[in-house]
Design a protein around this ligand. Structure first.
Ligand code: ZN
Length: 104
């Protein structure tokens, strides 16, 4: 929240209309929870009319045997190429502020 306000201030925005977040694929939080939290915290100043957009990346894994990259549908996923379950999970953690839009 603070980060969003700082970003808005450095861009000289008087009103923020859109906040874009990227949600790491390993976060337990879902888009709905985030939006609800945002709506609760935004108040009616700078962020009063802001809409939250959440982009969630798909979790990926790389097979350590054959090096192929595939999407993880569930945690017991196996490599689609060679069937190995020896894999390295790739993906982001945390929540990243991608950008904001607003009016000056
Ligand atoms: Zn494989």
């Amino acid at each position: 929240m603070e980060q969003i306000k700082q970003r808005a201030e450095s861009a000289n925005l008087s009103k923020v209309t859109e906040v874009r977040l990227r949600l790491g694929c390993w976060e337990n939080m879902n888009e709905k929870d985030l939006t609800a939290a945002f709506d609760r915290l935004k108040g009616d100043g700078l962020l009063g009319d802001a809409r939250l957009l959440v982009d969630r990346k798909k979790p990926l894994a790389r097979c350590r045997y054959c090096d192929s990259l595939f999407e993880v549908v569930y945690f017991k996923s196996r490599c689609k190429h060679c069937g190995s379950n020896y894999m390295e999970f790739i993906g982001e953690h945390g929540i990243v502020l991608e950008g904001i839009d607003g009016i000056e």
